[in-house]
Design a protein around this ligand. Structure first.
Ligand code: PHE
Length: 366
């Protein structure tokens, strides 16, 4: 390529000089039989490329006052040439127009799909959104206060043993309530939400949780929960039963029945475990339900007044009104394991598959 020497450094004549180079590059790209690799060598080659020659002849040789104007145009030219090379594709994907072989198979664009856990979580959340619930989120690295203390797990209380977790190292200098850990459940987001909002409140909280559990076919140290919280005046246990019964029917099908058993959680009183009639045998008894006809699915209960008190106390510390008046308001909460539900729904026998990243497993959900 012929690179004339620059003598006139006005913007107009610089523009013209660069435009001439540009149109030569464009013509090469557009020509039939265009070879991207050859073009790259010719234009961008470090030692012999046209751009290197232009840089030597125009930029390096320019008088100091013209360097800025030339430099800007040079950079723009370089970007344009790199851009046309990128959009022209590689030599393999842009055959010469004359030699285009329409009988070759096309290159399929494969669509991604949601991970089965993400899909299950979204479906559960959707059931509650259709009942007017909104969605809340919170951090996975949580303080001892939100994960335990405010939820009525006092320091050293044995209830903490049921949710052993992984803690952030080297925090011995901090007061216990400020120490950071991986949250063991989504319940701390109940507290965070009540600090931000006054009642009434209807929330579902999907998210990842962590426990110091050894991995086996049904346990993973990382898993997922969907939490629910409903707080208003006159919320009763029958509201809790009706809501969860409806949700289970909406999710698993209208033939599903629910039953509630007494249970214990520090932050609900009374507490219950909820079972659904076995979705595999319809309640007759099979291997999946260990011949009982029922499958245990979630924990729930009425919000313990101690939780409202903890929220009020913290709200005062934050300069907010203590609006969770336990004489006027009540609420229910529930929490369910997403992984177990996804495993039931898709017939997955080992929870580890959900975290393996194994394409042979994941492709089955495409
Ligand atoms: N957070 C409890 C758990 O992880 C579940 C739960 C949530 C129970 C809300 C009652 C109310 O075990």
């Amino acid at each position: 390529m012929n690179i004339p020497q620059l003598t006139d450094f006005t913007e107009a004549s610089l523009d013209a000089a660069f435009a001439a180079v540009r149109s030569e590059a464009d013509a090469t790209v557009a020509a039939p039989g265009f070879d991207a690799e050859q073009f790259r060598l010719e234009w961008l080659g470090r030692k012999q490329g046209h751009l290197k020659a232009i840089s030597d002849a125009w930029l390096k040789a320019a008088p100091p006052e013209a360097k800025k104007l030339i430099g800007q145009r040079f950079n723009a030219l370089k970007e344009q040439i790199e851009g046309s090379l990128a959009s022209a594709g590689t030599a393999e994907t842009k055959p010469a127009a004359a030699g285009l072989d329409v009988t070759l198979p096309g290159s399929a664009q494969r669509l991604g799909v949601e991970h089965p856990l993400v899909r299950t979580m979204a479906e559960i959340v959707g059931v509650f959104q259709r009942m007017g619930y909104s969605v809340g989120l919170g951090p996975e690295v949580e303080s001892d206060f939100y994960n335990f203390e405010s939820l009525n797990f006092p320091p050293n209380h044995p209830a903490r043993d049921t949710q052993d977790t992984l803690v952030v190292a080297e925090q011995e200098g901090k007061p216990l309530r400020e120490r950071l850990l991986m949250r063991t459940h989504t319940s701390p987001v109940q507290i965070r939400s009540m600090l931000e909002q006054a009642p009434p409140l209807r929330l579902v909280i999907p998210g990842k949780v962590h426990r110091n559990d050894a991995a086996d076919a049904t346990h993973s140290p990382v898993f997922h929960q969907v939490e629910g919280l409903c707080v208003d005046t006159n919320i009763t246990f029958s509201d809790l039963k009706g809501t969860l019964d409806h949700a289970m029917k909406a999710f698993f099908g209208s033939a599903v029945k629910t039953r509630f058993f007494p249970s214990f959680f520090p932050f609900t009183e009374p507490s219950a475990d909820v079972q659904i009639s076995c979705i595999f045998c319809g309640g007759k008894g099979c291997r999946k339900c260990k011949h009982s006809g029922w499958i245990e699915l979630l924990g729930c209960g009425m919000v313990d007044p101690a939780v409202f008190e903890a929220v009020n106390k913290r709200r005062i510390e934050l300069g907010r009104d203590p609006v969770y008046d336990t004489r006027r308001i009540s609420g229910f909460a529930f929490g369910m394991g997403v992984d177990r539900i996804a495993m039931m729904k898709y017939g997955i026998s080992d929870i580890g598959l959900l975290y393996s990243g194994d394409m042979r497993f994941l492709e089955q959900f495409a």
